[in-house]
Design a protein around this ligand. Structure first.
Ligand code: ZN
Ligand code: ZN
Length: 279
């Protein structure tokens, strides 16, 4: 349980892209976002069901599900989550926010959630850049992303502990950082390490530009591809921290970030020493 007002992010999965997803070198289970009694799952890829339950975060408690684009590392467990959220299909409740590609299909991809499952929910929200919506006490704004699903979005969350950004999958473009200014915490999906040009995703060099321009109080890197895992995300995070002066941490599967007066990172193992970022 999270104390009222405190916000937490559970990094149930920190992997991204086809090869990490299909090998499960890192999990692809997405992120659980909690504020008091409001519980939202972001991008439930393969493993989301298993690792949510494994972490004691039952999907039956979810109020909302957000799917930022129609790629399987972001959506595969969504229909099972909808059955969980709706008391096994018996109660019409819960919010699903998804892009046009996720909900209706577009440009030859999707939809990725059946009409039957969409009909079980109380509210459906079709997200485009600038779409604002609420789930419980949390307010969201969909942000611009440029990715191979042309309807992809990122997110900006207004929480009781300040703004939280989530880039989701995007390539670099002029103005990307403008969506993420003034944040307490930016969750930056950084697929590849320095010196590895990549289309439609960010590498560490591009993440550096985003951080320099957006200047969040703290940053957590996630959604790592194979090259990033081979290079070592911790070293990339240390480089970004040194270059920007902003605290930057590489997420690990099962890590929890508690956001209150400070940001405390815990786990994944019980023996791991908590790390506090005083921002
Ligand atoms: Zn992805
Ligand atoms: Zn993607």
């Amino acid at each position: 349980m999270t104390a009222s007002g405190e916000v937490s992010l559970d990094f149930l999965g920190t992997g991204g892209g086809r090869f990490v997803m299909t090998s499960q070198r890192r999990r692809t289970a997405g992120i659980r976002l909690t504020q008091g009694d409001t519980r939202v799952h972001l991008d439930p890829g393969p493993g989301a069901l298993v690792f949510s339950n494994w972490a004691g975060l039952s999907p039956r408690e979810l109020n909302g599900l957000i799917i930022t684009h129609c790629h399987p590392d972001h959506y595969t467990d969504a229909e099972v989550f909808i059955e969980a959220m709706t008391d096994g299909t018996r109660a019409k409740q819960g919010v699903l926010a998804g892009t046009k590609s996720v909900l209706r299909g577009a440009d030859g991809i999707g939809p990725c959630i059946s009409g039957y499952h969409q009909g079980l929910l109380r509210d459906l929200i079709e997200m485009y850049e600038g779409t604002r919506f609420s789930v419980g006490d949390l307010d969201f704004t969909a942000t611009e992303a440029r990715h191979s699903d042309p309807y992809s979005v990122g997110l900006r969350v207004s929480s009781s502990q300040g703004g939280i950004g989530y880039t989701s999958d995007t390539g670099s473009f002029p103005g990307l950082a403008d969506s993420y200014t003034g944040l307490r915490l930016l969750v930056l999906c950084t697929m590849w390490p320095r010196g590895n040009p990549i289309n439609i995703h960010l590498n560490t060099d591009e993440a550096l530009r985003v951080l320099e321009e957006s200047r969040p109080k703290a940053c957590i890197l996630t959604h790592f591809g194979m090259r990033m895992l081979n290079a070592g995300p911790e070293g990339e995070a240390a480089y970004l921290q040194k270059e920007t002066g902003i605290p930057v941490v590489a997420a690990r599967d099962g890590m929890k970030a508690h956001i209150s007066d400070v940001i405390t990172l815990q786990g994944p193992r019980k023996t791991d020493e908590p790390m506090t970022i005083d921002v």
